[in-house]
Design a protein around this ligand. Sequence first.
Ligand code: ZN
Length: 198
Amino acid sequence: MDYYSKQISKLIEEFSSLPGIGAKSAQRLAFHVLNMPMEQVESLSSAILEAKKNVKYCKFCYTLTDDDICPICKNPARNHKTIMVVENTRDLAAYEKTGKFEGVYHVLHGAISPMLGIGPNDIRLKELMVRLEQDVDEVIIATNSSLEGETTAMYISKLIKPTGIRVTRIASGVPVGGDLEYIDEVTLLRALEGRTEL
Ligand code: ZN
């Protein structure tokens, strides 16, 4: 890419390192940014910096939030005795969009994958077990239906079973290997309503 000056190349390179951005899109984005008014560029870069600096994990559910406790965990109208376990904050957002789930969440930030060397200690599983020492009625496992998601679901259910807390798994209306965030709300709701005991 030496037909561009150094700084333009650098900008294109940064964009192309983002997920889902190929070489062409990276160039388009770079030139778009260069054509943007200065204030807009400043606002974009400060939004990125501020989010990165201030966003942290919720003390209870470990979702990404800019407060110590996220709005869902803070909400007294939610049912704090039903915990839905999801792989990431995007999956949480997918279920929130349905507006039908009244419980709270637990965000694992990943799934167990022996192939990638990701074990139970690499996700927020210990933190979930600590939460279960409180009064909890049901844990709904809503990890993806990928191999990793299923492995994680099995592992968690085995861990929770001895505590006597009800463990359920969302129904597999969700396509195998499909990421929860791409699935429409009706399918998500059906998966939640059709959950089965583990
Ligand atoms: Zn929370």
